[in-house]
Design a protein around this ligand. Structure first.
Ligand code: TMP
Length: 391
């Protein structure tokens, strides 16, 4: 059942060189399946339509993510002696670079990003994750005792193929660790911008566990982590493996049920909150325009593409965006066509307000821009509700 319409949207990571460049668009409708409790976008694109050789997202673009992956690697090194690690969607190698070169293999379909791994001598296969690839890998490398995947599995339309392919290369006592945005956190934060063409699914414990069951896989431990606006890191085993199911799993199940993750009524309420949020954000921007304030954006995220296109806040309201990603700079943001400039430290002499596109890195950004805040510079955020932030 469709519960939310986020309007006509462009592909979130397709930056254009010219403002007038034509773009592919689609209707961003969000669906709740009452049977299997899966929340997904209605129009599901294939990986090959999105993840190409000019993909502009680098996982190591923030200190927060570098530290989060490093901390996980330290934990793995402490607990597991002999490591054979496969990462699905390894991006620029931000996680794998923490291990010895002979312990890891990465899969990264975007050629330009896979090349960043090759430059660091990290073994990488630049292909999509499919059953065929898993069989080839099994033949050449055998099974793996750790398979990791961050912010990737929810980007792939056919999750049944994803997990059956994983089963082909996961050791009988191996651990599959996946992390993705948490549906419960999305609802709590009113973070409707987690929906875009790449985020085909936003999993909850409830929906993911029912998918895994079909593949004889089981979540035995999980951690709520605060990256990407609130994610869950799931630790998964083959059902036949004899690890104990941890209390964290039961706790998450209880919390999700208490918050009505399994009920359509929850999503109907969410829709009303999203529409209120839209009205409020538009009001803030219109007000600043009337007052002739200089407004820019910070962090040209895929999430910001959803918000700005949904609220129709374009280059008439936001002068430009700043972003540290070279692949996004000197180009226009999809749909709203706001120019993206190379990052420079914020100064109050030429900027009044800054829209926080990368709200998920608020802590890191606010510490970087402490001077701007101290000098009465202001940020605008829409999470958990639209407001102006000043120090
Ligand atoms: P994400 O929220 O999808 O991970 O994207 C974060 C974007 O924000 C990415 O394009 C890099 C950008 N960014 C900055 O420009 N400056 C920063 O300090 C941080 C943390 C991110």
């Amino acid at each position: 059942m469709i519960f939310l319409n986020l309007g006509n949207q462009p592909f979130a990571n397709e930056y254009s060189v010219k403002r007038k460049q034509k773009e592919k668009k689609y209707q961003l409708l969000i669906d709740f399946n009452n049977k299997n409790k899966i929340v997904s976008i209605k129009k599901k694109f294939l990986s090959k339509e999105i993840f190409k050789n000019d993909y502009p997202y680098r996982s190591s673009i923030s200190k927060t993510m570098i530290k989060s992956f490093y901390d996980l690697s330290v934990m793995i090194k402490k607990k597991i002696k002999k490591k054979k690690i496969l990462e699905i969607g390894c991006n620029d190698g931000v996680f794998l670079r923490n291990f010895k070169k002979n312990e890891v293999l990465g899969i990264e379909p975007c050629g330009n990003i896979a090349n960043l791994c090759k430059k660091k001598n990290i073994s990488v296969i630049s292909k999509y994750w499919t059953t065929k690839l898993s069989k080839q890998i099994n033949k050449k490398y055998g099974k793996f005792n750790i398979i990791f995947s961050a912010n990737t599995i929810t980007h792939i339309k056919d999750y049944d193929e994803v997990f059956s392919a994983i089963n082909n290369v996961l050791d009988e006592n191996g651990i599959l660790i996946i992390q993705d945005p948490s549906l419960l956190e999305l609802l709590k934060k009113n973070a409707y911008d987690q929906f875009y063409n790449e985020h085909i699914y936003v999993f909850s414990y409830l929906s993911l566990s029912s998918i895994l069951k079909k593949h004889n896989l089981e979540i035995y431990h999980l951690e709520n982590i605060d990256v990407h606006g609130g994610s869950i890191r799931y630790y998964i085993k083959k059902s036949t493996a004899k690890f104990k199911v941890n209390r964290s799993v039961i706790k998450q199940k209880k919390i999700e049920i208490k918050n009505g993750i399994h009920k359509l009524a929850t999503y109907k309420k969410f829709k009303i909150k999203v529409e209120k949020s839209k009205k409020k954000l538009i009001k803030i921007f219109k007000n600043l325009k009337v007052k002739n304030k200089t407004v820019i954006g910070y962090g040209a995220t895929a999430k910001a593409v959803t918000v700005l296109n949904y609220c129709k806040i374009d280059h008439n309201y936001i002068n430009y965006f700043l972003d540290t990603t070279p692949e996004k700079q000197n180009k226009y943001m999809p749909g709203v066509k706001i120019y993206v400039k190379k990052y420079v430290k914020l100064k109050t002499n030429n900027i009044d307000y800054v829209f926080l596109g990368a709200w998920n890195f608020k802590k890191e950004i606010f510490s970087k821009e402490k001077n701007f805040l101290d000098q009465k510079g202001k940020f605008i955020t829409h999470v958990p509700f639209p407001k102006i932030i000043s120090s």
